[in-house]
Design a protein around this ligand. Sequence first.
Ligand code: 5GP
Ligand code: ZN
Length: 104
Amino acid sequence: MTDDCIFCRIARGDLGTPFVAESEHNVAFRDLAPQAPTHVLVVSRQHLTSLQDAVPQHVGIVADALVLAAEVARQEGLLESGYRVITNDGPDAGQTVHHLHFHV
Ligand code: 5GP
Ligand code: ZN
């Protein structure tokens, strides 16, 4: 965890951001600038810069994030209508926050 990383600070509760769901390795909260009627971020509790930082020891974190994303979709009533889970990795993908996260 780093003090200058906004998602580290949110994930450890420093900013009082309400979590819509959480799990052992990840937290989920609403995006500040939603790009869809439902736009939730699933963010790892451990600081990883992006998906390319993930190595086999992080499989549990990444798998947990995807399961939590599906749980968020269920809570938000999106299972029948459908939803997307995406991660942006690097400049050409438009990544702006350099802490692993998935958009739901
Ligand atoms: P990226 O472009 O890195 O894939 O996505 C970063 C996302 O984080 C953006 O959609 C942006 O709106 C969101 N975001 C950035 N800072 C904050 C913040 O302080 N709080 C919340 N809830 N979302 C943030
Ligand atoms: Zn971080």
